[in-house]
Design a binder for this molecule. Sequence first.
Ligand SMILES: Cc1cc2nc3c(=O)[nH]c(=O)nc-3n(C[C@H](O)[C@H](O)[C@H](O)COP(=O)(O)OP(=O)(O)OC[C@H]3O[C@@H](n4cnc5c(N)ncnc54)[C@H](O)[C@@H]3O)c2cc1C
Length: 390
Amino acid sequence: MELQHTDVVVIGAGAVGSMALWQLSKREGLAVVGIEQYGRVHSHGSYAGESRVFRTAVHEGGTYVPMIQRSRELWRELERESGRDIYYEVGALSIAPEGFPDLLTAQGTVREFDLEHRMLSTEELRAEFPQHRVQDGDVGLLDARGGGLRPEVAIMSALDIAERNGAELHFNTPVIDIEERPNGVVVRTTQGAWLARTVVVASGSWSTRLSPELDELLRLQVLGLTWFMPKDPTLFVPERFPAFLRDAGSVHFFGAPSFDGYAFKACTNPEWPVFRDVAEVPTHHTREELIKIGQRAAELFEGINPEPVRESVHHCAYTPDRLPVVDLNASGRIVTVAGMSGHGFKFAPKIGEWAAQLVTDEDAGVDPRFALPAHMARLALTGPYTGGGH
Ligand SMILES: Cc1cc2nc3c(=O)[nH]c(=O)nc-3n(C[C@H](O)[C@H](O)[C@H](O)COP(=O)(O)OP(=O)(O)OC[C@H]3O[C@@H](n4cnc5c(N)ncnc54)[C@H](O)[C@@H]3O)c2cc1C
């Protein structure tokens, strides 16, 4: 197979890959190739499903806040460059019983980083957000800089701009393997092969197929999405209904306002096992699962029809502690990003920017906590991710 030569190949044009391509395409004189196994913006990636919650007051703790804050700037930049609406800063409302551990961590995060927010009592929640049915003792944390992201629009925008800037994009072109040579990295696909100086591997749930060294580290979590029709859809539009996280007993719901004007997204996850390969993941909820999710949703939201009007089932690769892998191999030629662990869309622009800096020898440096050796050391102590982490 004849080799085509280029400076950088990005494998995977999903959340991270599209952001890396956008960033790389800004570098004058750099030849950039993006390779995606499906078409331009598809329904199979971990990014699919209309919206993603954006939060700065994350209950995962402060490790993420600087990445999220940089990403917020980049989301705005992407909107300016594309002229499209991507980031709806309508707030993100966490509701849980007072003292709930995730809420306490989020409160710690807002204090540590002085994040703009409001705490709401049960009475204030009932008065201001009657769409939520709250229990006595529930409190709210409204993250003012949170809201909803439009993932498909974001990825389309990043890819369009990258292409406009001169990146060469190949769709419906699965990468078969990667081979490192002294003079570069060979990326073989079903349509041809490239010899690149450096490569970014951002292949999401498929990562272990191209990077077998991640086999023990990553597990696939199934994540389902459901949308419900409220009796009064005007109460659920972005101007009146922030993105949300709800914790009630052992039930966790997350969701977003209505972007289509008739249904809003409210999701909880049945106890699905973890998987090793995408081919094993279920593609739909069962009827029983949908009935149960609808019953729970009707307990948490006022005036909704309990039958989900839309549903889809997705997957995402998780590390045991949900910290992503951002690794530069020993030769400095291959950057691997993986394990975005069900919360990585919000900070994908920062990770894409970082990957772009690493493959262009800019002085970005790998954070040792994100590098593969540190992940493997933690894995040896904890074992792989076993589920239940969303
Ligand atoms: C249902 C659901 C809800 C979520 N909710 C949130 C949320 O509210 N907030 C948040 O911040 N995050 C959320 N996440 C997480 C976030 O969406 C993911 O972490 C993120 O999309 C992962 O990005 P990625 O680039 O690693 O993978 P992807 O976005 O899946 O991209 C990987 C790409 O690589 C391509 N690819 C793979 N193998 C090959 C190959 N061999 N050759 C060519 N191309 C290949 C794939 O086709 C795909 O396009 C959610 C995830 C899911 C599934």
